[in-house]
Design a protein around this ligand. Structure first.
Ligand SMILES: [Zn+2]
Length: 392
């Protein structure tokens, strides 16, 4: 029996997600166009490449981080690189949600926040996109209980990644400063319930929609886009599969179509690595609730749990009250169809919802001018769901 337990532990260890290894983290990660201003939280040392002391940085001094190298932040000092311990500084602002946030920025900022706050956060690579972009989850909090929030399943809905990145920025800052966000004592709450964020499920689709560089041939992509070069409207992953029609819940009920910028369900469930990464995260995780962020309609879809009717209803109503988004009725017409939220409800029998953050923007991404409202409406959603889950 003991041997069996040991064997299953070994197997679990082998199949557990890849932690971002210390070795990989020692490579320099440039923040490039997205330098981050930080402030020293105590007197600390600035060192050169060889680790030699350059000067003391006083508590309260501000510096501009250009890159991260292992556990150090890299700044420019007399036109050379100088290094400071990342655990000796706080960031002032991690992201600006009012601007478009590309995948490279998401990846760099997640690495930065995890290097700055190693005891509060845990970064994991949960898979890779079709074009090989690592997919990241970031757990924020030290609580044993967990909830799951993800965003940007659909390329053009990339403002949803801004929502989660801004939550990470705001919640981590409140945690380390010991401040409240509205009624929530963030440190106390996240010490009981951690939030697992996956800010960008579909980085290839987002990159294409944002006009960034992708590896897939433009001829192939144009053919899947009705011969249009308007890629801003792209929803699918780079294979032309809609990642939110990939889950094995009534998948067969969706009409067969062909690869397209939107709404193609794929040849079978779970063929696409991005959807599979979320499926595995759900399967292996013990998340008490799931919120999947999308961007069209200012409405909330939800699925009925088998055994937790009142808990589910209360939670989705609560999010509806905070955001002002309309709660969709759960009817035959609205039956679960192959979305990640449907899958979570089916396999976990726990509350899940799809939150659509903005009015329908047509076949396009959400205009940036909507951001201020969107953020106001969603700022406390992660804290609210975590707070509800405390007593479950
Ligand atoms: Zn969507």
């Amino acid at each position: 029996m003991k041997r069996l337990i040991l064997l299953s532990l070994v197997v679990a260890a082998i199949f557990s997600f890849n932690m971002i290894s210390a070795e990989a983290a020692s490579d320099t990660i440039g923040l490039g166009k997205y330098p981050v201003q930080v402030v020293a939280k105590k007197n600390t040392e600035l060192k050169d490449e060889q680790g030699k002391f350059i000067k003391t940085v006083a508590k309260g001094d501000k510096l501009l981080l250009q890159a991260i190298k292992g556990k150090s932040g890299v700044i420019k000092y007399s036109s050379k690189s100088a290094y400071i311990s990342l655990t000796d500084v706080h960031y002032i602002q991690l992201v600006d949600g009012a601007k478009t946030i590309p995948y490279d920025e998401v990846a760099a900022k997640l690495k930065l926040v995890s290097a700055m706050y190693p005891s509060l956060t845990k970064l994991q690579e949960i898979g890779k996109s079709v074009e090989g972009r690592p997919l990241y989850s970031l757990k924020v909090g030290t609580g044993d209980k967990e909830i799951l929030l993800d965003a940007s399943f659909h390329g053009r809905e990339h403002m949803t990644a801004n929502v989660l990145m801004e939550m990470i920025d705001t919640y981590v800052k409140a945690y380390v400063n010991g401040t409240k966000i509205e009624k929530y004592d963030v440190k106390k709450l996240l010490s009981e319930v951690s939030i697992v964020f996956v800010p960008m499920v579909n980085p290839d689709g987002v990159t294409l929609s944002q006009g960034g560089k992708v590896k897939t041939s433009m001829i192939k992509l144009k053919a899947m886009n009705n011969n249009s070069t308007n890629f801003n409207r792209w929803k699918a992953n780079i294979n032309g599969v809609d990642l939110n029609r990939q889950f094995n819940v009534n998948w067969h009920l969706i009409k067969k179509t062909k690869p397209s910028f939107k709404e193609y369900k794929g040849k079978a469930p779970n063929t696409e690595p991005e959807a599979l990464a979320i499926k595995r995260l759900i399967d292996r995780g013990n998340h008490l609730a799931y919120v999947s962020y999308h961007s069209s309609g200012q409405i909330i879809y939800w699925s009925q749990t088998k055994t937790k009717f009142s808990r589910t209803k209360k939670l989705v109503k609560g999010v509806s009250n905070i955001t002002g988004y309309k709660l969709m009725p759960v009817t035959k017409k609205n039956e679960p169809i192959a979305a990640s939220e449907d899958y979570f409800t089916k396999v976990k029998d726990r509350p899940a919802m799809t939150v659509e953050i903005a009015p329908f923007a047509g076949e396009a991404s959400v205009p940036l001018k909507r951001w201020n409202n969107v953020w106001k409406q969603n700022k406390t959603v992660g804290l609210y769901v975590a707070n509800e889950a405390r007593n479950w």
